[in-house]
Design a protein around this ligand. Structure first.
Ligand code: 6GU
Length: 247
């Protein structure tokens, strides 16, 4: 997968050299480049923002540097099949909610482009123009406001990279995790069996794989019901087994 990030703070992305994302890059599973938006400015002050039309507080990112950046990173040449248009992602608290389902969708793309806005956002015409030749998605991490899109891109890229084939050693760990089946994951334990007066639940030490699976499923259901009732409501009824609904 190819990933390009455009930001006025390229230094934010230093952590992408580390850990599993760093290794995915070394292995060539992820071809990632970070670009400074100001390299597409031409004035002596390298200006990227201006006051909003219509008034109001704050500044808005001017369209010209963004237009030049997107022209350079997603040239107009369409693949013959027309299916490999790059996907432009614009982090914004006004976007559609990011989710594990979207992470899977993005992990199947061949080219992701991230446009990090700051201030009150990017001039809307940048997105409107980009939409004439790219697939554009404004995406939000949740109902709170960050200074800019940089941290959101780190989050989204981490969620996507771990789904790329070859990145996780044990692909089985993708199967059980929170959100994989629309439920939160059951609690996990390791040695020692007793620690500061807290015991590992007996069932997990029983060796009875049927009982263990049942216990984990019940814990996942209870956790999800208490912490995220919205996820229970969204479960397809056929995903519940007989013992899930037994009284
Ligand atoms: Cl994706 N960007 C910004 N700037 N703020 C956010 C967000 C994204 N998601 C939640 N708040």
């Amino acid at each position: 997968m190819r990933v390009d990030i455009v930001s006025i703070f390229p230094e934010y992305f230093a952590p992408l050299d580390l850990s599993l994302i760093g290794r995915a890059r070394e292995q060539g599973l992820l071809r990632l480049a970070v670009h400074d938006l100001r390299s597409w400015t031409h004035d002596v002050h390298r200006t990227v923002d201006d006051t909003p039309y219509g008034g109001g507080p704050g500044m808005v990112m001017r369209p010209e540097p963004w237009g030049a950046a997107l022209d350079a990173l997603a040239p107009d040449e369409l693949a013959p099949d027309g299916l490999t248009l790059p996907r432009l992602l614009v982090p914004s608290p006004a976007g559609v909610p990011f989710s594990q389902a979207m992470a899977h969708e993005l992990a199947a793309e061949s080219h992701l482009l991230f446009a990090c806005g700051r201030y009150e956002g990017i001039d809307q015409r940048v997105l409107d123009h980009a939409a004439t030749r790219l697939r554009v998605t404004e995406v939000s991490l949740g109902d709170y406001v960050l200074f800019g899109g940089e941290v959101a891109v780190l989050v989204i890229l981490e969620a996507v990279t771990r789904l790329l084939p070859g990145v996780l050693g044990n692909a089985g760990s993708l199967d059980d995790e929170s959100h994989a089946h629309g439920l939160l994951e059951a609690p996990m334990y390791t040695k020692p069996a007793s620690w500061r007066g807290h015991e590992v639940p007996e069932v997990l030490r029983s060796g009875d794989h049927g009982r263990i699976a049942r216990w984990r499923r019940d814990e996942a259901l209870t956790r999800t019901a208490t912490r995220r009732a919205d996820l229970i409501t969204a479960l397809p009824p056929e995903s519940l087994d007989k013992r899930d609904v037994a009284t």
